[in-house]
Design a protein around this ligand. Structure first.
Ligand SMILES: *[C@@H]1O[C@H](CO)[C@@H](O)[C@H](O)[C@H]1NC(C)=O
Ligand SMILES: *[C@@H]1O[C@H](CO)[C@@H](O)[C@H](O)[C@H]1NC(C)=O
Length: 397
């Protein structure tokens, strides 16, 4: 049956996150803080409280391994993708992770953690478990509108500068666009925003998982709510199953092919040794509404706020349909990076974003035809294909 096939696909997609082979990489099992410190860098945790009461824990690498901060360092804020965390920016080690590279070349590096993920599960009045329905009542809109806003103010206050660099991956770009278009006053606090895999318009979506989810987005939401499921949990058992499954040489092909389903056909850039490191911290927790909101974009077209249905939309927005984000309001300089083989953020949709944004300073199609979505954080050659360019552009601002 078609539905069973789709469920099997989703299950395999999940399992690919769990690794391939038994890795000898010594970062396996370490969280963000432990990875940073193990490689000889200073790491600080900072709690940031949002206007609506969420308490987020960010990591900061105040300076590089072999330098100090006796001279002032510009702040850079890195924001992760969906069901991810700050680990995304340090997983690949000092030579290949943007978090370490930026610290070493002179930046004050801040690694974000969105509300609800493994690091950011506190609130001034709500309990993450007892009040789960209320706690997880947010999508990436609130992550942009509240979390990014609070973080930018906190970082600037501590760093002493009046603007910072922003680097977002995937949902980290979506939430940035939500913030900068709905609270335009934040644009002046951004020196330049680098958006890797800019997820917003989804007219050419071909990622199997998201397409399947988007078809059933309303039904799925109702069903999950009925069972009082509001969050994508950290699935320890499934993770273990997949790690075992993919460690079996007989299953290697299956594991590799599943990657193609989630995110294009590129297997040339995957470092299988790093999978267990990545899977130590990913997927991290997220609200189901974050996924549902992406599903709505695919289903409804355009790039709009959350669709609550006609009645509630009228109550909240005063219109039948949710308002579209107006990207022309984003006046901060924005550099856009996208891959030809990205199935989750197809390059044709990325080019729509480029056309709609108010102030694009770099329109960069990665010069490697097989480059796909996850390659922005995990590719073997990501430094030479993307980060060198991204840093060059940052240094102009
Ligand atoms: C400089 O780095 C240290 C950690 O080595 C950190 O505790 C301190 O806050 C930093 N100072 C500034 C001004 O960023
Ligand atoms: C980083 O690259 C340098 C120079 O190529 C190498 O000596 C070092 O071992 C690498 N570090 C890691 C953690 O891979």
């Amino acid at each position: 049956m078609a539905v069973q096939k789709k469920l099997a696909t989703i299950f395999l997609l999940t399992s690919i996150f769990y690794g391939h082979g038994l890795s000898t990489d010594s970062d396996v099992g370490l969280n963000t803080v432990e990875i940073i410190e193990k490689h000889g860098y200073v790491c600080e945790n900072h709690d940031i409280t949002t206007e609506d009461g969420y308490i987020l824990t960010f990591q900061r690498i105040p300076h590089g391994k072999n330098n100090d901060n006796s001279t002032k360092r510009p702040a850079v804020f890195l924001m992760h993708g969906l069901t991810s965390s700050s680990a995304e920016s340090v997983n690949m080690g000092p030579n290949n992770s943007l978090g370490f590279i930026l610290a070493d070349i002179g930046y004050d590096v801040w690694l974000g953690n969105a509300r609800g993920n493994a690091w950011s599960r506190k609130h001034t009045t709500l309990d993450v478990e007892a009040d789960a329905e209320k706690f997880f009542d947010f999508s990436w809109h609130e992550i942009g509108y509240y979390d990014l806003a609070a973080a930018i103010d906190y970082i600037l206050d501590l760093n002493g500068d009046d603007s910072l660099y922003y680097v977002g991956f995937s949902q980290g770009t979506t939430s940035f666009m939500a913030l900068a278009s709905t609270r335009p006053e934040y644009n002046s606090k951004i020196k330049v925003a680098s958006l890797m895999g800019p997820a917003s318009y989804m007219n050419h979506q071909s990622g199997t998982l998201l397409i399947v989810l988007s078809k059933y987005v309303n039904e799925l939401e109702k069903m999950f709510n009925k069972y009082k499921i509001y969050e994508i949990p950290y699935l320890k058992q499934l993770r273990k199953f997949a790690l075992d499954f993919c460690s079996n040489p007989d299953n290697v092909d299956t594991c590799e092919n599943v990657i193609g389903l989630i995110d294009g056909e590129d297997k040339t850039q995957i470092d299988f040794e790093k999978f267990p490191v990545i899977l130590t911290n990913a997927p991290s927790n997220a609200a189901l509404k974050q996924v549902a909101h992406y599903g709505q974009l695919i289903k409804n077209g355009g790039f709009s706020q959350y669709d609550f249905g006609k009645d509630k939309n009228n109550e909240i927005y005063g219109t039948d349909s949710p308002p579209a984000y107006d990207l022309s309001k984003i006046s901060a300089p924005v550099a856009v990076y996208y891959g030809k083989n990205d199935q989750l953020v197809p390059y044709l949709d990325a080019q729509t974003v480029v056309k709609k944004l108010g102030n694009v300073v770099n329109d960069y199609l990665v010069p490697y035809d097989l480059f796909d979505h996850l390659d922005f954080i995990f590719a073997k050659d990501v430094v030479k294909l993307v980060y060198v360019e991204l840093i060059k552009v940052m240094q102009n601002y």
